[in-house]
Design a protein around this ligand. Sequence first.
Ligand SMILES: C[S@@+](CC[C@H](N)C(=O)[O-])C[C@H]1O[C@@H](n2cnc3c(N)ncnc32)[C@H](O)[C@@H]1O
Length: 299
Amino acid sequence: MHCLVRPLSILMLLLSLPSLRSLLLPSRAVPRPLFLSSLPLSTRYTIEEPSGASLEAEEAKLRKQLSRVRSSKATHAHYQSLHLPVHTRAAFGEFQSFLSSSPASSLIIDAGCGTGRSSHILASRHPSSLVVGIDRSLPRLTQTHHAFDASSCLHSPEPNLLLLRADLEAFYHLLSLTPSPLPVAHHYFLYPNPFPPTRQLHRRLYARPMLGEMAGLGGGITVRTNWKHYLGHFQEAVKGEDEGRGEERGEVRLGRVGGEESGEGREGGFGVGVTNFERKYLDVGEECWELRMGEARVL
Ligand SMILES: C[S@@+](CC[C@H](N)C(=O)[O-])C[C@H]1O[C@@H](n2cnc3c(N)ncnc32)[C@H](O)[C@@H]1O
């Protein structure tokens, strides 16, 4: 017995190191051996939660950044200098002409849709809404959609789906200047780039002026990520914007993707493995999290 305990404890120690775990364990999710189940799960995608002094520094930076982006002077300067890429202008034009003939009753925005996998799922689940998948990466969008035209737009076979090559900040800015005749029912942010180092906090979506414009359009908001910490900040930023406008968004739910809290198994639950990143994470046993703010009007 004694001679078994020592190798076991060495193995457990080695496997608790994230880099070694990913080398030693197979990449496909397999049931965890019982003796490992008490160890915190981490994979090669796990982002460390800040704690102690680094958490305090990050909180301070977040507060400073949020008050900066909310000051009208800074926001005005930002939009004065905001570059509106040609592809985004073209995509916005396509969006407007599509809207004018669409029988849809509301809009769903899949912000940073990557290959558009989640946009297709949303379009088939919500036939009375127009789903707009937006990403600036042509290689991602064309991975599954080869017919992207010169105007940065794909009219998919689904009548209620539009995939656009556009920059999110510029698109949301144009949308808030030229309000859509359709109300926005929901914004999805599925696995946005996290920019984990504190010095890059200003690059995270919730710390950009875009957040205020997005929040001001109304509708529910769903964010999914494998970095739970990110969601607390996102929620705080949206709450601050809503309070600034004297509005309340309604119910807030935070849960693990695949867990009951995230709405899986409930009517309107969104599903598991709905994007490429999500599938990649879930395949290796990485935990993914969902924040949902406000009830979606269409769900
Ligand atoms: C981590 S990937 C997630 C993609 C997809 N949602 C998924 O889960 O598979 C983040 C995506 O956001 C897009 N993105 C990041 N910043 C953007 C911006 N400012 N405008 C448009 N797309 C952006 C990237 O091109 C990338 O495809």
